[in-house]
Design a protein around this ligand. Structure first.
Ligand SMILES: [Zn+2]
Length: 292
């Protein structure tokens, strides 16, 4: 247990894990899912198992990680992947906090799956990727049942989001602030975590209407080192200090490197503590200073 570290508790809110079997049969899965083919077709695109993750966490002094699989289009693949995350939660209790992956456009089977995963201890749903999974956030019939289920269970949804400008990259998608903002306004009862700083929605919180609408919105920092320069940390703290969650997008970026960048971003110790674990602790309902 590493909990007695300098920030009470360090939680990475955004990591992707894969079962060894998918890593070994990568070629086959590249054919089975178009979006997976786009993101992982490059043999240098890293994939990690639960053991890899724990090793990286131990090296960097990270206490716990929110971990999920890949946003497959086929719910059967999501289920298989969820099983791996559930097993990892049992192997590493308290260190791996699972989120369930589903394709909400596949109706009843998606709700049954999130129910199963929540009953087995998962703490949320995500990282959904509407572009890859073949639906839009605006589709009521797809999103409403899941969003209401999440609100009832008081569990958060983590969705991919991206910048409408800047460089192109595989998996960027079209979940840009305009679309995501409409989605948020539609489901005020559900806690939503926007990956990758919400594609920049955060900055519109300078507008009071947007700030009000985003009261239940959290932002994770996943992949930030590839997207923004490090001034974003101090800017973000002035806008939404209590709703920023440190997330790496591991194994895309390793823990050690990302931690050092946050620590040298010129933030106050209190802000660093919130970003690296305090906010996540509160959101996940873990008691402060206690390992999950
Ligand atoms: Zn993402």
């Amino acid at each position: 247990m590493i909990c007695d570290n300098r920030y009470t508790m360090i939680i990475d809110f955004h990591t992707h894990l894969f079962p060894p079997q998918i890593i070994q049969q990568r070629e086959e899965y590249l054919q089975r899912d178009r979006w997976f083919g786009l993101l992982y077709g490059n043999p240098h695109a890293k994939m990690a198992t639960a053991e890899d993750l724990i090793e990286s966490m131990d090296q960097a002094g990270v206490d716990a990680c929110v971990a999920f699989g890949f946003a497959w289009r086929d719910n059967k693949l999501c289920q298989q992947h969820n099983n791996y995350i559930l097993q990892a939660m049992i192997r590493y209790p308290g260190r791996i906090i699972g989120f369930a992956m589903v394709n909400p456009s596949q109706g009843e089977s998606a709700l049954l799956e999130v129910e199963r995963c929540a009953n087995e201890g998962m703490r949320g749903v995500g990282e959904l990727m509407p572009d890859g999974q073949g639906y839009t956030l605006q589709d009521e019939s797809v999103m409403r049942p899941l969003m209401e289920w999440l609100a009832d269970r008081d569990l958060p949804l983590l969705i991919h989001s991206s910048e409408p400008v800047g460089h192109a990259y595989h998996g960027k998608g079209t979940m840009t602030p305009e679309k995501v903002y409409r989605f948020i306004q539609h489901y005020p009862e559900t806690t939503i975590i926007l990956a990758h700083w919400g594609g920049g929605i955060l900055f519109y919180e300078l507008m009071s209407k947007v700030r009000e609408a985003c009261a239940r919105v959290y932002y994770d920092t996943a992949a930030s080192l590839f997207l923004y320069d490090d001034r974003i940390f101090s800017l973000a703290v002035t806008l939404a200090e209590d709703r920023i969650l440190w997330g790496t997008d591991y194994p895309l970026i390793g823990h050690d490197r990302f931690l050092r960048r946050v620590e040298s971003a010129g933030l106050s110790p209190a802000s660093v503590k919130k970003i690296l674990g305090g906010n996540a602790t509160r959101l996940l309902g873990l008691s402060q200073g206690e390992c999950p």
